[in-house]
Design a binder for this molecule. Structure first.
Ligand code: NIG
Ligand code: FE
Length: 420
């Protein structure tokens, strides 16, 4: 039981799957000036009630609860959902950060064998145990920053054996850590050196995806999503389509990188395949936005990447007005090293012109929708998973406003009813 909170950011409308259009403009805040607001979570970790402290205390006695949290003067938000991360790798790229500050572009560094290739070289040399320990350290930091559910991609193995190893490292994290992981296979993150994009596409479709399916059939892996980097000089739109289609055939959700640095008609292609989500989209076309609205595809915006790479902001409000649900993610990877959704929300507001309610919805309910969890996660509502962030502030907006201060603001993080 969490009681006496000053504000609880909630959703009262049932059957909510995601929010778009005008609905993204305001979040529902419960406030009760007499005795505050309470959230009760049942033994299975699901929200049993939200309402005034008095109301919830009438339903149950304090003894009915294993744990009671006094949230007097504090605010309770839904646990954050990070819609896009690349968290398993070795070999940081702090030296490339310096190169980028001096003016080198992302694709220039990539073409010269740096970027993803630099990280792949270091990652494939690393043992599973070392990779797991660094992954664990990163995921625990995310949890402390309020992320209770996170999408995690492979993609720094590229060759079949290495990709399978990364999947297993992520699977172990999924089983052992309190943060909830939506696992994404991203073997098509770059074209391995010495191969053509066409050869790499064939290997993914003929070798990697069947192996993945085999491991899933044997219950050794539970992969949910398939991703490709659909970009000029990486995988073109037709190769991306074939890879995504092959993933769809083994029942993975389509969730991929598109229309980032060059217009690729990724959005049109993704909508045609009924993609669950497409990330980046700085270079999306008008038609792409319309198609995504029809297919119900979530647009995942990545403000940290746009910030570092000085990209033109994606047309966030055109998406919202067209009825496309907008989510955000940290894109944590060795290029942009950001683990904290509060920072991402701040950048979504300052860089992309989102309002604070839009950024919060994008970082909770809509990010959950991008991972097929739109009716079970991402909001404080009866029946949903009990994932909460309790902050030391009397208005929820402080978590966005106080840039870089989340470690001082976040008091308690609750995942499925347990303090973590
Ligand atoms: O989303 N675009 C591809 N993937 C990452 C970058 C990965 C890397 O540079 O290592 C992204 O920005
Ligand atoms: Fe990414």
């Amino acid at each position: 039981l969490v009681h006496s909170a000053r504000q609880v950011v909630t959703i009262t409308n049932e059957d909510v799957f995601y929010l778009s259009g005008r609905a993204m403009k305001s979040v529902e805040v419960l406030q009760n000036n007499d005795d505050g607001v309470a959230v009760a979570i049942d033994d299975d970790g699901y929200i049993a009630a939200v309402g005034s402290t008095q109301y919830v205390r009438r339903l149950w006695k304090d003894d009915d609860f294993e744990k009671i949290i006094d949230a007097t003067g504090k605010c309770v938000l839904p646990g954050f959902v990070d819609a896009h991360t690349h968290p398993v790798w070795a070999g940081d790229r702090v030296h490339e950060f310096a190169m980028k500050l001096a003016g080198a572009s992302y694709l220039e560094i990539h073409s010269a064998g740096g970027g993803i290739f630099f990280t792949v070289d270091s990652t494939v040399k690393c043992s599973s145990e070392e990779l797991y320990q660094s992954l664990k350290d990163r995921l625990i930091k995310m949890l402390k920053a309020g992320t209770t559910t996170v999408e995690c991609k492979t993609g720094y193995g590229l060759e079949t054996k290495a990709e399978m190893k990364l999947l297993q490292v992520l699977q172990r994290a999924k089983e052992e850590l309190p943060i909830e992981i939506s696992l994404t296979y991203c073997g098509a993150h770059a074209v391995p050196k010495g191969k053509t994009p066409e050869e790499a596409t064939e290997i993914i479709i003929r070798d990697q995806i069947p192996r993945l399916k085999n491991m899933m059939d044997q219950k050794l892996l539970s992969v949910e999503n398939i991703d490709v980097f659909c970009e000029k000089g990486i995988f073109d739109t037709e190769q991306s389509r074939r890879i995504l289609q092959a993933g769809k055939e083994i029942e993975l959700r389509i969730n991929f990188h598109g229309d980032e640095l060059n217009p690729m008609k990724s959005a049109e292609m993704g909508a045609e395949l009924n993609a669950t989500a497409i990330s980046h989209l700085e270079m999306v076309s008008k038609k792409g936005i319309e198609d995504m609205a029809v297919s119900g595809t979530v647009a995942v915006m990545l403000p940290t990447t746009a910030y570092l790479m000085k990209l033109k902001p994606p047309p966030v409000h055109e998406f919202i007005e067209a009825g496309v649900p907008v989510a955000i993610g940290s894109d944590f990877n060795p290029n942009v090293h950001c683990l904290a959704m509060p920072t991402v929300m701040n950048l979504a507001c300052t860089m992309f012109g989102m309002s604070m309610p839009e950024a919060l919805i994008a970082a909770t309910l809509n990010a959950a929708a991008s991972l097929g969890r739109g009716s079970t996660h991402g909001a404080i509502q009866k029946g949903r998973v009990g994932d909460l962030v309790i902050i030391n502030a009397n208005k929820w907006e402080h978590i966005i406003y106080q840039l870089g201060s989340h470690q001082h603001l976040i008091d308690i993080v609750v995942k499925k009813g347990k303090i973590v």
